[in-house]
Design a protein around this ligand. Structure first.
Ligand SMILES: Cc1cc2nc3c(=O)[nH]c(=O)nc-3n(C[C@H](O)[C@H](O)[C@H](O)COP(=O)(O)O)c2cc1C
Length: 151
């Protein structure tokens, strides 16, 4: 992948810690990374076949997305959009105490992206954040491994 665009959704900063670590890594497959705070539909549409969108988000409310990703989600939900050719990956941060809605926000987005024809790279990484104090390293290592497999 030539470039990774991180679409960030965070309330208290855990997902931002992950995203920033990935941005700062700047090595190998993670050399060209852009961080997008308030994602728009255009960010998905203007992504080339040699690029990848990384959804990096927590879940809030009862299975909802943080403010940075809610407008994009609602736009997609209400406007079926052809997203064939789009590659994406998912890092979700949640808390398993919320059993029924664990990482529900990114799961909803994942469902729409797949429905509209985009291709997820690997399985989503869903992190039970309180159980993983090293969640930043966990996520960054996972992403490296994912792209090593893809290249
Ligand atoms: C008000 C509130 C609601 C939450 N709802 C959920 C939820 O429905 N599902 C889930 O998996 N985690 C939920 N969480 C846990 C957060 O997603 C988790 O703590 C995450 O690490 C926060 O990341 P952030 O700092 O990037 O927002 C909730 C947390 C708060 C404070």
């Amino acid at each position: 992948m030539k470039k990774i665009k991180i679409l960030l959704g965070t309330v208290t900063g855990n997902a931002r810690n992950v995203a920033q670590n990935i941005v700062e890594a700047r090595q190998g497959p993670l050399e060209n990374v852009e961080l997008i705070e308030n994602a728009q539909l255009e960010d998905l549409q203007h992504t080339g076949a040699d690029e990848c969108v990384l959804i990096c988000s927590s879940t809030t409310g009862a299975g909802g997305l943080p403010k940075g990703l809610t407008p994009l989600y609602l736009t997609l939900r209400d406007n079926p959009t052809n997203l064939h050719g789009l590659n994406y990956a998912i890092i979700g941060l949640g808390d398993s105490v919320f059993r029924d809605t664990f990482c529900g926000g990114v799961k909803k987005l994942d469902t729409l992206l797949t429905r509209y024809g985009s291709q997820r790279i690997g399985n989503a990484l869903l992190i039970d954040t309180p159980a993983h104090k090293n969640y930043v390293t966990l996520a960054t290592d996972w992403l490296y491994a994912l792209f090593r497999e893809e290249l």
